[in-house]
Structures are given as C-alpha cells and as structure tokens.
Design a protein around this ligand. Structure first.
Ligand SMILES: [Zn+2]
Length: 207
C-alpha cells in the first residue's frame, strides 16, 4: 500500500495511489478493503476508532466490503480523469463527473451537520463502508467548486508518471510530483545530456 501526500489535496492523493498511470505498466497499490481503511487512517480521513469499526464491519460482511472497494476504485478513476482533464484545461468526460456526483450525493445523504464542531461540519455519525469514498468525493467537489482548480497540474515527467498535484508555489512553477522522484530523473537526464554535449565539444586529446 502506498500513501503519498504530494498531491496536496485528498482526492488527488487518492488518485495518485496508482503509480505511473501513463506508462505501459501502471502500478496499482490498492487491492483490498483493508488497504483502503489503512489509507483512510493514514491520511486522517478516518480516526482510529472509526477505522477499527469499519474493519469489523468488513470482516462481518466481506462481499459488501468488496463492493465498497469497487465503488471507491470507480470513484478514484473518475477523480483521476476529471482532474487530469482539468489540468490540461479540457472538460472532463461525463461518466467521470457522474462517478464523483454519485458518491458525493450518496455521502451527503448519510451525513449530518455537526454543530458542536467549530466551525460546524458535515460528519458521518454511523460507521458505513463507503465513508472513505464519501470523503474523497467531498474533497473532489471542494477542489472543483472552491479549490484552486487552475493550480491543478499533472507531473511533467515524460516517463509516464501522470501524477496530479495542486501547485502551491508563489510563481506557479512546480512541474513534478516530487523532486526526489520524477524531478530528479529529469534533472539527472539533463545533466547527463549536458555532459555528453560538453564532451562532444571538447577537442580531441593531444597524444
Ligand atoms: Zn511524477
């Protein structure tokens, strides 16, 4: 299981669970409902108690948990394509928007406004297997309606990363998912290219 936070927005971090999406062999890191719970707890979507409760529910109803995992993955792919289009100033495909609509509407139907919070917030009082997906859908709607949508970018690496992130740099200059990852590869390649070019420019050594 992979969790990364470089997306800078919950729904993008969720989409980035699949690595190297544009490469020949993308890497899936989410295989079980238990891994989804682990991701939810790691990112703070679920507190410890809720994650444990959902684990019990999943153990008691494995088929329902598998269906909830399928819905979460369907949502994740919709989120990826929606914001991958947005990053290129293209309108998202209708099916992908629908995937977000459906999970969001479902989540809101089960949510209640908790007035004891400061400020009041939507919460899910009862444990429900779809809760991690509901939180991701709410995050996607927030990014689309209130977030800095024009700051959503896709990693510039040519090796097929296609990771999504919100660029929070002052001058809007971020190009890669992670400097230690794709950024480094690109920098390394440029350095080697420059060195090779410099070598070619050098006169042949005197004997
Ligand atoms: Zn990348």
């Amino acid at each position: 299981m992979l969790t990364s936070r470089w997306g800078g927005w919950l729904c993008l971090d969720f989409a980035n669970i699949v690595e190297a999406r544009a490469a020949a062999a993308p890497e899936e890191h989410l295989h079980t409902y238990g891994e989804l719970l682990w991701w939810g707890a790691d990112t703070g979507v679920l507190d410890e108690e809720r994650a444990a409760r959902l684990g019990e529910l999943a153990d008691a109803k494995p088929r329902a948990a598998a269906a909830a995992l399928d819905r979460a993955i369907h949502l994740r792919e919709g989120v990826f394509r929606t914001f991958h289009h947005a990053a290129r100033a293209l309108p998202p495909p209708a099916d992908d928007l629908a995937a977000i609509h459906d999970r969001y509407a479902d989540g809101i139907r089960h949510a209640e406004l908790d007035w004891t919070r400061e400020p009041p917030a939507w919460t899910w009082a009862d444990a429900h297997l779809d809760q991690p997906a509901w939180a991701v859908a709410a995050s996607a709607v927030e990014l689309a309606t209130h977030g800095p949508l024009h700051r959503v970018k896709t990693c510039a690496a040519e090796e097929g990363c296609a990771g999504l992130f919100v660029d929070t740099t002052k001058n809007n200059s971020r190009r890669w998912c992670e400097m230690e990852g794709c950024g480094n590869e690109v920098k390394f390649r440029r350095q080697t290219d420059r060195r090779r070019a410099a070598r070619r420019r050098q006169p042949p050594r005197a004997r």
